[in-house]
Write a protein that binds this ligand. Structure first.
Ligand code: DC
Length: 221
């Protein structure tokens, strides 16, 4: 595991990926979307016609080497049988399946070690997701929790992916509800986290806030 980790958690479309990517570039650190692990497994399970209600089958697939994750500067990429499948993996449809299968504690456990191994090569790691500050990297030097008004988040996602606004709000509400009420590692604000509402802020403003908070925590970055 990297010596230094900054975690960025928050609900769907709160800006975690954009902020993490910019922060990683600014610091010269790796960044990882831990959602890619859940999305990757969801996509693979769908392709392999696995039973999405059977955690045993999902755990077997989680450990299979037919799919891999690669941390690139622009995206946490997913490969299936050596082919880059990141485009469908990041669709809202696969996000819904990921949210559904992520409530199984066995599935979460099966994906945990690989998330912790991320970024061992570079000076530090920015890790974003739902439980990065609470479960994956509980000893992170700085923990951030991003949030934004529900309509703003849905609008952001709908514009990005060319989707219908009202349908996206509905889908997002289902996902938010599932992710924050599940028993195992629900979305929650980590203790000591800096909460930033991104509704009215530009990307540069958010990154500046995250950097200033992290610098205070670490004293040197
Ligand atoms: O961040 P995302 O939208 O790519 O995540 C997709 C789903 O994966 C999310 O709805 C719930 C699950 N997830 C999780 O349970 N824990 C994480 N750390 C990241 C994602």
């Amino acid at each position: 595991m990297s010596a230094k980790v900054i975690t960025i958690d928050g609900p769907a479309a709160s800006g975690k990926t954009t902020v993490s990517r910019a922060l990683g570039a600014t610091l010269g650190w790796d960044w990882v979307s831990t959602g890619a692990f859940y999305r990757g497994l969801a996509f693979v399970a769908d392709q392999e016609r696995a039973n999405l209600d059977d955690p045993k089958e999902l755990v077997q697939l989680a450990k299979s080497d037919i799919w891999t994750i690669r941390l690139d500067e622009d995206l946490t990429r997913v490969f299936l049988h050596g082919r880059d499948v990141s485009e469908p993996v990041y669709s809202e449809e696969v996000g819904q399946i990921a949210s559904k299968i992520s409530h199984f504690p066995e599935v979460r456990e099966a994906l945990l070690e690989a998330q912790r191994r991320c970024g061992a090569e570079r000076a530090g790691l920015v890790a974003e997701g739902r439980d990065c500050g609470t479960v994956v990297f509980p000893t992170a030097i700085a923990k951030i929790y991003l949030t934004a008004r529900s309509e703003d988040r849905a609008k952001r996602r709908a514009d990005e992916q060319g989707l219908d606004h009202s349908e996206t709000i509905k889908q997002q509400q289902i996902r938010d509800e599932q992710d924050s009420t599940r028993k195992s590692a629900p979305l929650s604000i980590p203790e000591g986290a800096k909460v930033i509402d991104t509704s009215e802020l530009s990307l540069d403003e958010v990154v500046a806030e995250v950097l200033s908070f992290s610098r205070n925590k670490l004293g040197l970055i």
